[in-house]
Design a protein around this ligand. Structure first.
Ligand code: TRP
Ligand code: SF4
Length: 438
């Protein structure tokens, strides 16, 4: 199995994906202590993560952290695209600074769009919807990949520490892959890591909320971030905690620096072994590693390093299309677009594939299947805030006490409210776009 960010595969078995790729489960303890956890977090739609713990700690300890995500504008924005921005808006409300890449280079390289066309889509469709959904201009910047020299420079410079075999193994590139496409993941790595440059806020934990199709890019970015670090703080095979210098230049200066940092942190039992380029910390415990690493990272720039903290990511499930397969812009009947007229949306909902029985009789007898119902998904992902109300629908469906007609009507009503509200807010958004562009 391979995760291909550019294919149109649908993913069914998320726990298998998690196991196979070493994505960690997004367990309750990760979101329970956050302020007003968002419904996508509470309801298991965010099903996996890499390195979220450091984000959680930053939130709880009120330390700076960043959000970076990207969009590839290709046509109209639908409910599937809305999810990431819902997450971003939530994280903005609890203190993250927000950075959003318009992936015009990627759209050019992988979809054959011109940069101009992508810009149009971004300005007329995506950004107005982001604003309408509640994105705020404070501590927020939206930029175009093609116009950010730092991102492009970083893509090139960081590419030094990845090779063709890795790109081939990760993405399935081959001899006929075009080089713009091959380079696109490196530009995305530039997106993800550039927020830690001094000019963009400096070294800090960064969360990248994405769909699971983006995991290959996350792995690449984490590998590359790690590869450029000067220090590695880790537990050895024989259970010792140590700081290791990873480069061959300035070794003694780097060890001196680490020693100073560790002294300041009040570690007393340090054992420096210059031959191993290591300092063992005998009075440290595993839980200290993150802190030590974070502080050392910030000193790396003095030695010509970047000091990137490994970027974190969360992965969400994909919403099913109304027709029962993928929600896709290329099949308008499968998707509800944020610019759909309420009447159109109602029609799509009325024709959608539910988890109801073949007849009303049967449904009353055996109950419905909310887990296989796209109308229920609409409630779960987008339309119902109150967990209790959602649970009531779930249980009454299972008991056969609800009819699909009833659900569809209710979903259409709620959708109409959502869409007309967005319509109005989009109008007001038009004059505000400039405030978001860097
Ligand atoms: N590749 C993403 C997509 O297909 C878009 C993207 C570009 C992105 N840069 C990013 C996503 C950085 C997350 C982080 O939608
Ligand atoms: Fe879905 Fe509602 Fe029908 Fe249950 S009753 S299958 S939730 S539409």
């Amino acid at each position: 199995m391979k995760i291909d960010p550019w294919s149109s595969t649908t993913y069914q078995d998320y726990s298998r994906l998690r196991d196979e790729f070493g994505i960690e489960e997004f367990t309750d303890d990760l979101w329970k202590d956050l302020p007003n956890p968002h419904k996508l977090l509470r309801r298991g739609v965010i099903f996996g993560h890499r390195g979220f713990q450091i984000i959680k700690d930053s939130i709880v300890e009120k330390k700076p952290w960043a959000i970076l995500t990207g969009l590839m504008p290709s046509g109209k924005m639908h409910l599937g695209h809305k999810m990431v921005i819902d997450e971003v808006i939530y994280y903005q409300s609890i203190g993250a600074d927000v950075n959003i890449a318009v992936a015009d280079i990627e759209a050019f390289a992988t979809r054959g769009f011109t940069l101009e066309k992508t810009e149009q889509y971004a300005l007329s469709e995506y950004i107005p919807n982001y604003i309408a959904l509640g994105l705020k201009p404070e501590k927020c910047r939206i930029y175009f990949q093609s116009k950010n020299q730092d991102v492009k420079d970083l893509a090139y410079l960081l590419a030094k520490k990845t090779n063709w075999s890795q790109m081939q193994a990760t993405y399935g590139f081959n001899g006929s892959s075009n080089m713009a496409h091959v380079f696109a993941p490196l530009v995305q790595t530039g997106d993800i890591l550039h927020v830690q440059l001094e000019k963009y806020g400096g070294i800090r934990p960064t969360l990248v909320p994405v769909g699971v199709d983006q995991d290959p890019h996350i792995r690449l970015s984490r590998d590359i971030a790690q590869a450029h670090r000067l220090y590695n703080v880790t537990v050895t095979k024989d259970n010792k905690i140590g700081v290791f210098v990873k480069v061959d230049e300035d070794v003694s200066k780097l060890l001196d620096n680490a020693e100073k940092v560790l002294n300041k942190l009040n570690f007393k039992k340090l054992k420096r072994i210059t031959d191993y380029k290591a300092i063992y910390i005998e009075d440290a415990v595993k839980e200290d590693i993150q802190k030590i690493d974070g502080i050392l990272a910030k000193t790396e720039t003095k030695f010509g390093g970047y000091g990137f903290i490994l970027p974190s990511a969360t992965f969400h499930r994909f919403i099913t299309g109304l027709t029962g397969d993928k929600m896709s812009s290329s099949k308008p009947e499968s998707a509800i677009f944020l610019t759909d007229a309420p009447k159109e949306a109602t029609k799509k909902i009325m024709n959608s594939k539910t988890g109801g029985g073949a007849t009303l009789e049967e449904q009353k007898k055996h109950g419905g299947k909310p887990d296989e119902c796209v109308v229920y998904e609409l409630f779960l992902y987008h339309l119902i805030e109150d967990d209790k109300e959602l649970l009531d629908i779930y249980t009454s469906c299972k008991k056969g006490e609800r009819s699909c007609g009833q659900c569809k009507k209710y979903a259409a009503q709620l959708m109409e409210k959502l869409l007309t509200d967005l319509q109005e807010k989009r109008k007001a958004a038009e004059g505000k776009i400039k405030q978001f562009l860097s």
